[in-house]
Design a protein around this ligand. Sequence first.
Ligand code: ZN
Length: 458
Amino acid sequence: MNIAEELRALVGPSGVLEAADVATRSAGVWRADNLKAAALVRPCSTAEVAKVLQWCHTHKVAVVTQGGLTGLVHGADAQSHELILSLERMRNIEVIDPLQRTATVQAGVTLQTLQEAVEQHGLAFPLDLGARGTATLGGNAATNAGGNRVIRYGMTRDMVLGLEVVLADGSVVSSLNTLLKNNTGYDLKQLFIGSEGTLGVITRLVLRLREKPTTRNMALVGLDSFANVAHFLKHMDRSLGGTLSAFEVMWQSFYRLVTSPPAKGKPPIAQDYPFYALVESQGADSALDSQRFNAALESAFEAGILADAAISQSEADCHAFWSLRDDVEQVMHLGAPIVFDISLPIAEMETFAAGLKSALPGLLGKHQLFIFGHLGDGNLHVAVVVEPQAYLTARPVVEAQVYGALAAFRGSVSAEHGIGLEKKPYLSVSRSDSELALMRTLKQALDPLNLLNPGKII
Ligand code: ZN
C-alpha cells in the first residue's frame, strides 16, 4: 500500500507530502531535528479531514495532528510509520461577529492573524503568548494554551465557545455554539480542549471576543521579600477595579540575566532586589486609568510593600518591560537548560524555591538556577542550566527534586505547556489513580484502536 498515493485520491495531489519531503521540514520552532513520518496530509476542509481519518481507521494507520509546532513537551512528535495531519491549509477566518463578539475560524489560522483581524472591529482575542505568529488556534485549543493574560481572561479553555471535531472513525461532531450561556448537558468541547490530539481532531472553532482595551499602564517594581510580592499582587488586584491584566514575577538571577549584556535589555531599576514584578493594567479611559494605576502604586509604597518602581510613560516603555520578561532565550545561550512549567499555591512558592536552591548544589556540579513566570496565575517557569555534556544525567535528578517537592502539596507538573511525551512519566504527581483511570476510559471510548496521537499524555 502506498499511503501517499491513496491519500492523494482523497485530498488532491498538492495535499500530500511523501516521507522524503516530510524529512526536509523542521520538527518545530525550538527544535534542531526534522520531522519524520510515513507521509504528511494537508486537508482543506472538515470533510477532507473526515475522509482522511476514515481511511486511517480502515487501514489502522496512526495519525499525529500538528498545528504550528511551537509546543514544548513533544506533544506533536511523530514516528516514521505514522501519518502527520497538518491543518496548515485550513487558514480561513470565516466570521467575525462584532455584536455577538465571536469569531468562527478554521483550525490552521495563527493566533496573531486572528488578533489583528478582530482589532479592526475594536475587539480583542485576549489569548497571548510569545509564539503568537506561528502557533495556530487549533493547536492553542488542543493544548489549552495559557500565556500572559490568564489572570484576567483565563486559559484558552475559557475563550472557546464551540468546536467542530473529527473523531477517530472519521465521524464529524459539529458543535459550533456561539452562545455565551448554553447549559445543555455535557459540555463536549471541553473533552477536546487540552486533549493534545488524542481524542479527536479540531477543525473549526468559535472563539469568544472581548471589547479591545484602549489604554495600558505598566510598572516594573523591585521588592525586598516574597511576602511583599504576595501582598503586592493582592493590593494591585484590589486597587485596580478589575483592570489588572498581567502580574509577572522574576527572581533576581533572571532579572540580572535579561538586563545585562549580552542581553539587549537595560535595567529600568537597580539589580539588587531579590524579586521583581511586572504589573500591567488595561482599561478604556486614559486619564482615569493612569490616575488609578499611579495611586495604587503610591499606596503600595506607603504601605512599605514596594522598594522601587519604574513606571511606563509610553507604549514603547511597555514593550521594553515585556521584552525583558519575554527574553527567555538568554537562558538557552548559557548551556543546556532543564525547564519546568509548574503550578503551586502562592503560599508554597518561597519554600519551594528556597528548597530547590539549597538542594541543587549537592545534586549537580556547575549549574545556574532561574525562576520567573506568571505568578498571578500560580505558575512558575523554572530553568536549571547545566553543561551540555551533563544534561542527560542531570535531567532525571533535577526532575526528581522538582516533582518530588511538588508532590507534597499536589502541585501541577504542567501549568500551561501540557503533557505530551515529556511530562507523561510524572502525570501521577498531579493526577490521582481514579483520575487517570477515567482518562483511559475516555480514550478507549473515543479512540478504541489507539490511532490518534498514540502514546501521548497517558
Ligand atoms: Zn509561560
